[in-house]
Design a protein around this ligand. Structure first.
Ligand code: G3P
Length: 213
C-alpha cells in the first residue's frame, strides 16, 4: 500500500541523516570521514572530535533507528484484516533494517555512511527492550575489558540472536531470523576492523583515562 511504501522511504531517509558528517562539518568544520577510521559513526566522532560530539552522534543515531522502527504504527494503521503482534514485529524489523541501510548508504552524504551499530541498537530497543539490554551489557563489558569498540560491537551483534533464542526464548520467527541477519550484517560492516583486530592494529578507545603514547 501507499502507507507501506511511504513508511519504507521515510525509514530510509531517516537512517540517511548523516549525523557524524553534518555535526562535524557544522560545529568543527571537518568531515570525520577524512580522519581516524574514516567511518561516519559515533565511535569515530568520539575518536576525532571528543566525548561531547561522540555522545551526540550516538544518541541521534540510536534515535534514527528507534523512530524509523516505530513508523510500523503507520503501516499497522493502514492494514486491514487480521494482524497480530508478530506481524507488527515484521514491519518494525523491516523498517529498522531499512533505516540501517540508510545509515550505511546515506543519500545525503554521497552514500558513504557508518556501520550501523547505534542505529541497530535503536531498532532493537524499539522491538525487544530486554534483548537490547543484553546487547548493551555485552557491549559495555567487552569495551571495558578490551577497549575495542569494534570488537564490542561484534560481540553485541552475536548477543542479539543468542539472547533472542537462548535467553528470551522468542517464538516470533521474524525476530529470530532478523536477529541472525543483524549479526551477519555487523560482521560484514566490521570486516576491516576484524582484519585490524587479527593483526593487532585496531585502535583502542579510552573512556576514562587519556591515551599516553
Ligand atoms: O560503531 C562502529 C564501531 O563498531 C567501529 O567504529 O570507527 O572504530 O571503525 P570504527
Amino acid at each position: 500500500s501507499i502507507y507501506s511504501i511511504s513508511a519504507v522511504i521515510l525509514a530510509y531517509l531517516c537512517g540517511s541523516i548523516p549525523t557524524a558528517v553534518w555535526l562535524g562539518q557544522a560545529f568543527y568544520g571537518i568531515d570525520v570521514r577524512e580522519y581516524g577510521s574514516g567511518n561516519a559513526g559515533a565511535t569515530n566522532t568520539f575518536r576525532v572530535l571528543g566525548t561531547k560530539a561522540g555522545l551526540a552522534v550516538m544518541i541521534i543515531d540510536i534515535a534514527k533507528g528507534f523512530t524509523a522502527t516505530k513508523l510500523a504504527y503507520f503501516i499497522g494503521m493502514s492494514v486491514t484484516g487480521p494482524h497480530n503482534s508478530s506481524q507488527f514485529v515484521n514491519y518494525e524489523l523491516a523498517l529498522g533494517v531499512t533505516a540501517v541501510m540508510g545509515h550505511l548508504f546515506p543519500v545525503f552524504a554521497g552514500f558513504r555512511g557508518g556501520k550501523g551499530v547505534a542505529t541497530l541498537l535503536g531498532m532493537i530497543l524499539a522491538v525487544n527492550f530486554p534483548a537490547a539490554m543484553l546487547c548493551v551489557l555485552v557491549f559495555v563489558v567487552t569495551l571495558l575489558l578490551t577497549k575495542y569498540v569494534s570488537l564490542s560491537s561484534i560481540c553485541a551483534g552475536f548477543t542479539f540472536p543468542l539472547g533472542i533464542i537462548f535467553v528470551l526464548h522468542s517464538t516470533i520467527k521474524s525476530e529470530v531470523l532478523y536477529s541472525m541477519v543483524v549479526c551477519i550484517l555487523v560482521l560484514v560492516t566490521h570486516q576491516k576492523n576484524l582484519e585490524r583486530l587479527l593483526k593487532g592494529k585496531e585502535s583502542k578507545v579510552y573512556l576514562f583515562k587519556k591515551k599516553t603514547s
